[in-house]
Design a binder for this molecule. Structure first.
Ligand code: HEC
Ligand code: HEC
Length: 311
């Protein structure tokens, strides 16, 4: 009796198809209809009209042919790019832009990494930052105005909330504004950690002095390191540009000098908005160099900055 079905090929094909369809339907519909299987990170927000416009440009320009937007849970990737990707951060990504090729670095954690001004300048001329970069120049995006009607239609189609003023605002924006706005929100639901409520009372810390203070060799080395890594933001002569002037007596927007190791710390660790250092509040945008520069290199840059201060 049990062997019977094997002798009826048509019947067998029908039964097999039905069984496979039932299995397929179950594995498709259960996850589709179970809300717990669509996690959403607490900080995640739908794209704004401007961000969505930028995302459209990202797709149109094929940025995903050179950049991925996903950090795999491997130690090397996490060390290089930051917290690995979570399912819950992509709930509003239609379609996903994970990509599969890294000619350029992964961008999953790029939001908030640099100030806006850095991105404008980088898109206008990547080679000014990294001579070897093969990233195309996107300066022309600033000549293209956005089309609010088209973006509104896209917002509607995706069901993202907006008010008429949001669409109105798009009128004066360029495609470059939109792209920067989008890049700054990539991964923000993960990287935006709650700002610590109260900073603990500053206890007297032991200050470490610069082992290379005044050493002419270190100052020369520091000058080179500065030109390569810092000049893009602080200006060629360290007199300020995207980042503040380093040659004056102010540190984080307040007058009054601070010890060398505060310089070391800010170069090593970077800053986040609202961070307090020596009683001064940072605005954010200084990137950390602990993975790119050695301790000796950082001390050399500090020696170099000291050598040009007040001149
Ligand atoms: C031909 C490959 C290529 C294309 C296309 C490309 N990039 Fe890049 N991108 C790179 C390379 C290489 C780097 C690293 C060097 C540099 O910063 O210029 C980079 C760096 C970046 C960075 C800085 C990342 C970081 O963490 O420092 C951002 C942001 C970026 N690209 C965004 C974009 C966007 C947005 C587009 C599309 C408009 C795009 N790229 C198109 C190759 C590419
Ligand atoms: C991506 C742009 C960027 C790069 C690259 C950069 N900085 Fe900064 N830096 C900033 C910004 C922005 C601030 C202000 C930080 C804040 O308000 O949180 C800052 C602050 C500082 C400060 C605090 C000093 C002050 O007067 O307020 C020092 C010191 C400093 N940077 C040194 C360096 C050195 C040395 C390098 C290179 C190794 C470097 N920076 C590279 C953007 C940058």
């Amino acid at each position: 009796m049990t062997g019977e079905i094997y002798r009826k090929p048509v019947m067998f094909a029908i039964v097999a198809t039905v069984v496979i369809l039932i299995g397929t339907a179950i594995t498709m519909f259960i996850p589709m209809l179970t809300p717990q299987m669509h996690p959403r990170l607490e900080n995640l927000k739908p794209f704004t009209a401007l961000q969505l416009a930028g995302r459209d440009i990202y797709q149109r320009e094929g940025c995903n042919n050179c950049h991925t937007q996903t950090v795999r849970p491997l130690k090397t990737e996490v060390m290089r790019y930051g917290e690995y990707s979570k399912a819950g951060e992509f709930a509003y990504d239609h379609p996903f832009l994970w990509g599969s090729k890294r000619t350029g670095p992964d961008l999953a954690r790029v939001g908030g990494k640099y100030p806006d001004a850095w991105h404008y300048r980088h898109f206008e001329n990547p080679q000014a930052f990294f001579a070897e970069s093969n990233m195309p120049v996107y300066e022309w995006l600033k000549d293209n105005k956005l089309d609010p009607a088209k973006i509104e239609a896209h917002m509607k189609a995706l069901g993202f909330p907006y008010i008429p003023e949001d669409i109105e605002l798009l009128k004066d924006k360029t495609e470059l504004d939109a792209l920067v706005s989008y890049v700054q929100v990539i991964g923000a639901s993960v990287t935006k950690k709650a700002v610590p409520m109260a900073t603990p009372a500053v206890t007297e810390k032991e200050h470490i002095s610069n082992p290379f203070a005044g050493d002419p060799k270190a100052i020369a080395a520091g000058k080179n390191i500065f030109a390569k890594n810092c000049a893009v933001c602080h200006g060629e002569n360290a007199q300020g540009d995207i980042g503040p002037n380093l040659t004056d007596k102010a540190f984080l927007y307040a007058e009054g000098d601070v010890p060398d190791d505060d310089y070391f710390e800010i170069i090593n660790n970077g800053t986040t908005p609202g961070m307090i250092e020596e009683g001064r509040t940072a605005k954010g945008g200084m990137i950390p160099f602990k993975d790119t520069l050695s301790k000796d290199e950082i001390w050399s840059v500090v020696a170099y900055i000291r050598s040009i201060q007040g001149k």
